[in-house]
Design a protein around this ligand. Structure first.
Ligand SMILES: Cc1cc2nc3c(=O)[nH]c(=O)nc-3n(C[C@H](O)[C@H](O)[C@H](O)COP(=O)(O)OP(=O)(O)OC[C@H]3O[C@@H](n4cnc5c(N)ncnc54)[C@H](O)[C@@H]3O)c2cc1C
Length: 415
């Protein structure tokens, strides 16, 4: 008998699932329908990688899984069965898009076009999948199978893939419906918050960040909450009009508490992460001794961009000072600003500008070998609807790919 498979949500995970169902189905008698509320699938996908789509990351699986925080164990079987090499192979041989590797093992299509990625995925499934757009799903009922109510009528399916996304960048369509459907079907949902998000600085520090808007540095980045260091990393930091962004800041944003108002929560930047405090102070002292007639800001520009050096010097109260006559107190202040630059945060990461969602359907309610719900047989949950948020660098699309593969394989193998 023909198996009717529904996919709710035509984002990255839903499109990948439709591709895998086509690829794996052989001569199985299946009918696949993808239901999307927007007028075209993949609205978020076309924004990925600044419009270039960082499709995966070519790290060894043992290292790759570390990028998924506490979801590493859950995702391991999926990544092992369908890892970055499989993604590359599918892109090159399945949808005909050659790929290239950039820094930090990030993989992009050679065409540098996320729109082309979306279009090729849609075109690949066009002969195997009925794509129903402009059809927002309103509710899902379990009968002997699933009844899905949409703005274009009711559809019935034997098995269902729930891939409506998380809540980040809701203007792309992922406005949290996954959670409502999951709850109505008996799942619990871990409260969601933004991850991989830029961070807004408090007024006084925002002025400093604004003065450096567009300047990027490599820095140690630590998060402090009420006097305690709660997370740290190292990498690219970009100063912006509103505060801080860049890969390292976005990575740490998932740890910023939600209830930040009235609390002492700040990011501490170490602008010279290759040296410890003593080594840096010694180096500075050495330079001061050798270049007495040089401005301090000029000396600091050996460590950070010139504009940052000037702002840091001003912040340390040493604006216009020369090495000659630089006091011990001046030196301590400059060292503090270079090694422990404090940027107080005004608010928790904004879900509207976060790249991914932390929280969602708990992983212990889903079978990690099949992506099938442990609560509703025949329901498969993939993508950002799950409580998985990867770091930046192609991790999140790879997770969608791997999960879509497991779900599709399991559906096709089931009775
Ligand atoms: C700006 C930006 C850049 C990013 N860049 C990268 C990158 O380069 N590499 C990377 O790995 N990750 C990147 N990500 C993260 C990645 O895009 C997401 O993790 C991924 O798209 C999640 O896929 P998804 O299918 O679960 O959700 P989504 O892509 O959000 O798709 C969900 C779909 O479901 C539809 N939908 C929602 N509710 C309903 C409903 N009721 N009825 C019908 N349809 C519904 C939505 O319209 C949407 O099309 C980026 C994210 C953003 C915001």
């Amino acid at each position: 008998m023909k198996k009717r498979i529904g996919i709710i949500g035509g984002g990255a995970a839903g499109l990948f699932a439709a591709c895998q169902l086509k690829r794996l189905k052989g001569d199985a008698d299946v009918e696949v329908t993808l239901i999307e509320k927007n007028s075209i699938p993949g609205k978020k996908l076309i924004l990925t990688g600044h419009g270039r789509c960082n499709i995966t990351n070519r790290k060894e699986i043992s290292r790759l899984k570390e990028g998924y925080h506490s979801a590493d164990k859950f995702l391991y079987p999926a990544l092992k069965e369908f890892g970055p090499e499989d993604t590359v192979s599918f892109f090159e041989n399945g949808i005909g898009l050659k790929v290239k590797e950039e820094d930090n093992n990030r993989i992009f299509p050679v065409c540098d076009s996320a729109v082309t990625v979306r279009d090729r995925l849609v075109s690949y499934i066009s002969d195997s999948t009925e794509i129903v757009c402009d059809a927002g799903v309103k509710g899902i009922r379990t009968m002997s199978g699933f009844e899905v109510d949409t703005s274009k009528g009711t559809f019935t399916f034997d098995q269902l893939i729930l891939s409506c996304g998380g809540m980040s960048f809701p203007k792309t369509g992922s406005a949290g419906d996954s959670y409502r459907f999951a709850r109505e079907l008996g799942h619990t949902v871990i409260p969601v918050r933004g991850a991989l998000a830029p961070l807004k600085a408090e007024d006084k520090d925002r002025t400093f960040c604004r003065a450096l808007s567009g300047v990027s540095v490599n820095a140690g980045v630590s998060l402090f909450c009420e006097g305690r260091k709660t997370a740290s990393t190292e990498g690219g930091v970009l100063f912006a009009e509103f505060g801080l962004t860049g890969p390292a800041v976005m990575e740490i944003s998932r740890e910023v508490p939600q209830d930040i108002k009235g609390k002492d929560v700040f990011i501490e930047l170490d602008l010279v992460p290759e040296m410890n405090d003593d080594e840096f102070e010694k180096e500075l002292l050495d330079l001061i001794g050798k270049r007495a007639d040089t401005k301090i800001a000029t000396l600091l520009s050996g460590f950070v961009p010139q504009s940052a050096a000037s702002e840091i010097t001003a912040r340390a109260g040493a604006e216009g000072l020369y090495a000659q006559g630089f006091t011990k107190e001046n030196r301590k202040n400059v060292c503090r600003e270079m090694k422990h630059l404090k940027i107080c945060l005004e608010e928790a990461p904004d879900i509207n500008t976060a790249y991914v969602t932390r929280g969602g359907v708990p992983l212990n309610e889903v079978d990690r070998k099949t992506m099938e719900s442990k609560i509703v047989p025949g329901l498969y949950i993939i993508g950002e609807a799950l409580d998985i948020d990867g770091i930046s660098g192609g991790y999140n699309l790879q997770a969608c790919m791997s999960e879509a593969y497991l779900a599709s394989k399991s559906i096709l193998n089931s009775d």
